[in-house]
Design a protein around this ligand. Structure first.
Ligand code: SF4
Length: 311
């Protein structure tokens, strides 16, 4: 049974998630419910349910929002078409898009203006990919894997490559290598963010020493799903769960060393019960495995810099 717990460091909240949650928190403190949010503010079931209980309403279409209502755009960003639809309904928008996602939008917009075709490396259907593609929908093709690259039809325009921010570092390197082979003159931006990179390096470090790895994060959280894949790529069994209640104690059988981490949208409070449970099962040593120290912070949107008035 487990005797040692390795805690990946960094793990859990990134600066973009902290900012998005802070934005919705402040709006809910200032304004009467309901406050609308376009898409889940961050991809975590627990966070979203907590906000729902406080009066946030999450929508997937601007049609669902009453004229003139307050709406917060999620950390994953939105397409210009969504911005325009919100403007047409005179919605009062606060944009909680992570600044690192906004940077990808700006790169995409500029490349399209400069006459490039865009290859967007990312997962089809993910909120962030939909938002970025919307910057230049007629010029953008989404590719996920090396196979997708070999299936691409040629084009006459030069190629510009951007990526989703939360991809697997290793898989993306392979996809980008395939793009480079196919389009040697392509201009390539690798937009995988610092938080994704650091969390993947940290989970790899614990997985190399652990007998089993637990990743806390929701199934629709791209970076959490990637963390489980990175851990499993070291041949250590790895499981993604939303919380303690989804852990099967059989996973710990024969496992002396357990690794634990969490995706960028996961609050620490979801890890505490797992740590306590492991202590009860016999863990006596808890060791942080630190691969990076993060100091990134993003400022609030201007509309929210004023002091919060508590109800
Ligand atoms: Fe921003 Fe990266 Fe966090 Fe996404 S994972 S919100 S891009 S810092």
């Amino acid at each position: 049974m487990p005797h040692t717990l390795l805690l990946a460091e960094p793990r859990g909240f990134c600066a973009g998630v902290v900012r998005a949650i802070d934005v919705l928190n402040r709006v809910l403190k200032r304004e009467p419910a309901p406050v609308y949010a376009f898409h889940e503010i961050v991809h975590n079931r627990y966070v979203v349910e907590s906000f729902r209980r406080r009066g946030a309403v999450f929508v997937d279409a601007i049609d669902e929002v009453p004229l003139g209502a307050r709406i917060v755009f999620s950390a994953h960003g939105v397409s210009p078409a969504v911005v325009e639809a919100a403007r047409a309904k005179r919605l009062r928008v606060i944009d909680a898009t992570c600044p690192l996602v906004t940077k990808v939008h700006l790169e995409t917009r500029k490349a399209a203006r400069d006459g490039f075709d865009i290859l967007l490396v990312g997962h089809e259907g993910h909120d962030e990919v939909e938002g970025t593609r919307g910057e230049a929908p007629d010029r953008t093709r989404v590719v996920d894997t090396v196979d997708d690259v070999s299936g691409l039809a040629g084009g006459s325009r030069p190629v510009f490559v951007v990526t989703q921010t939360t991809l697997s570092v290793d898989d993306t390197a392979a996809t980008i290598a395939a793009i480079r082979a196919r389009y040697p003159a392509a201009q390539i931006r690798n937009d995988i963010c610092y938080a994704t990179t650091n969390r993947q390096a940290a989970v790899r470090a614990i997985a190399q020493r652990a007998d089993v790895v637990i990743v806390v994060g929701s199934r629709n959280s791209s970076n959490s799903v990637r963390l489980r894949e990175v851990a499993a790529s070291t041949s250590t069994p790895a499981y993604r769960v939303d919380g303690l209640d989804e852990i099967d104690p059989a996973w710990y059988e024969g496992a002396g060393v357990v690794g634990l981490t969490a995706g960028a949208s996961v609050p620490d409070e979801l890890l505490d019960p797992i740590v306590e449970d492991l202590r009860r099962r016999g863990v006596t040593t808890i060791e942080p495995v630190i691969v990076a120290t993060e100091t990134v912070e993003f400022r609030m949107p201007d509309e929210l810099e004023l002091p919060v008035i508590s109800p």
